[in-house]
Write a protein that binds this ligand. Structure first.
Ligand code: NI
Length: 491
């Protein structure tokens, strides 16, 4: 006998279980506070695992730095999905242990949110246990038997514009802090768990504390079926229909093409930002870089960059990402590149290999947590690097980005002087060093953009300007012999 189940009754009864399978820790679904996005209506459609023929359960090996109980379903003929789930859990655990020094344990459980029309949706709910308590969250992945591909939740939507439109709809439902501080951004890191309810409404859920530290429970939004429909991709439309179907004895045919194709993923900005071709002789590219932030005035800087349609690169530290995570998401969502500038800004050449790794690896994971993407660039504090720094950077997939124009904005807190140094130093291929933690630098940027635009420069992120970079390699600028930078004490 097939049975589809909503969780409304369970929620009303105050139950905390949100699970389609046997045991384990699952998402906490208590109602949230008075303000902000709701929690109580965040109910996905659900399918009994028994109604998927041959479904089995596997667990990741318990060989992480902390005890792990991470189960995931294995669905016959959905190889790409099964692999994706194992990989997503593995990444999640690595992320948790890297960003949480007090990590104690990790548990996860799963449920099937839809299984019909050659479509399967699987929601993974996890609990991270640390010294300061538990933190819950979830992600939902999809499978399309027509292509054999596993899909992220944002692929339910037709593209980046539709994700931006959805973000606006969610924003309209938000009355609390999320709206005020720009925490809601159309990035994969936020929109990683979406599915439909029994009525075909699109349900979006955000992890506890993801939008605001005071959100101890998950938050999210329910977008009416009719409002969601115009935003959906073909996969999304079929998933919406599948979510409303009764399921019994579901099976999948073997995929025809094995799902090898990589498609652009909404919310993963490198897939959507416009490419800048700095190799053309008639294109004068320059890369503005801002270190040590985000800072209190970085949002103002982002407004200015948006006004001039000027992408930039931000090398951010772990401490400041912790303080202004919403600014990291916003910068990324607006097409800027986020690079790794260590947790605590030490001189990395004074550290051994383990020390360098401890400074860099967690920041990669912090950036992935906020944006959904791992950075490919790092900048060593003070420009200080050596073979050990190069080796660890290479192992972490990070090219080392220095600069050939130093505005010395940390020393001269004078917007006119800073602007003049940037303008005087600009040349095709230049990487210009600034710091967005200084108000005088934020004040200098409008005239830099104005003047360099007038001189015919194209602004590019470092990766747009350099093209594909080699992890571990040092870069000072584009298309010029490498020059050692004049290291300042506050680079
Ligand atoms: Ni710095």
């Amino acid at each position: 006998m097939s049975r589809r189940r909503g969780f409304t009754a369970l929620l009303a009864a105050g139950a905390v279980a949100l699970t389609g399978c046997t045991s384990g820790t699952v998402a906490d679904t208590r109602s949230g506070g008075e303000e902000g996005l709701p929690t109580a209506d965040l109910v996905f459609s659900s399918v009994e695992p028994d109604d998927l023929t041959g479904l089995a359960e596997e667990a990741l090996p318990d060989d992480y730095a902390v005890p792990v109980e991470a189960d995931y379903p294995v669905i016959p003929n959905a190889g790409a999905l099964n692999e994706r789930l194992a990989e997503a859990l593995d990444q999640r655990i690595d992320n948790f242990t890297a960003v949480t020094p007090s990590a104690k344990g990790f548990e996860s459980d799963w449920e099937i949110t839809a299984a019909a029309n050659g479509i399967v949706g699987v929601r993974i709910a996890w609990t991270e246990q640390g010294a300061e308590g538990e933190h819950t969250g979830s992600e939902t992945h999809w499978y399309d038997a027509e292509t054999g591909r596993a899909a992220y939740s944002t692929e339910l939507l037709a593209g980046q514009e539709q994700l931006e439109a959805l973000n606006d709809l969610v924003l309209a439902q938000s009355e609390g802090e999320e709206a005020a501080d720009g925490a809601l951004q159309p990035v994969l890191g936020l929109y990683d768990s979406m599915a439909f309810n029994d009525d075909g409404d699109l349900v979006v859920e955000f992890d506890a504390e993801q939008l605001a530290p005071e959100n101890e429970d998950r938050t999210g939004a329910v977008i009416e079926s009719a409002d969601a429909a115009p935003l959906l991709s073909d996969l999304g439309t079929r998933a919406q229909a599948a979510s409303q179907e009764a399921v019994e004895g579901f099976t999948l045919d073997e995929a025809v093409d094995g799902g090898g194709e990589n498609l652009p993923v909404p919310g993963r900005m490198e897939d959507w930002t416009e490419s800048v071709d700095c190799t053309r002789a008639d294109t004068k590219c320059v890369a503005l870089t801002f270190d040590d932030g985000p800072g209190a005035r970085t949002p103002e800087l982002l407004d200015t960059l948006a006004e001039y349609d000027a992408p930039a690169t931000f090398f951010q530290t772990g401490r400041t990402i912790d303080r202004y995570p919403e600014t990291v998401r916003r910068a990324y969502a607006e097409g800027h590149e986020i690079g790794n500038h260590t947790i605590d800004h030490p001189d990395l050449t004074t550290l051994d290999e383990a020390g360098v790794r401890e400074e860099l690896a967690p920041v990669n994971e912090q950036i992935r947590r906020e944006t959904g993407s791992v950075p490919v660039l790092m900048r060593p504090p003070y420009g200080a690097t050596n073979d050990t720094v190069a080796e660890v950077s290479a192992a972490l997939g990070l090219a080392q980005i220095l600069w050939n124009v130093d505005t010395e904005d940390w020393k001269d807190r004078d917007a006119e002087i800073v602007a003049q140094r940037a303008i005087d130093g600009a040349e095709p291929g230049a990487i210009i060093l600034m710091h967005d933690i200084h108000g005088t630098t934020v004040d200098a940027v409008p005239s830099i953009l104005e003047e360099l635009t007038e001189q015919g420069y194209t602004f590019a992120t470092v990766s747009q300007m350099l093209g594909e970079t080699e992890p571990g390699e040092l870069y000072y600028s584009r298309g010029r012999p490498t020059l050692p930078p004049e290291s300042g004490p506050d680079a």
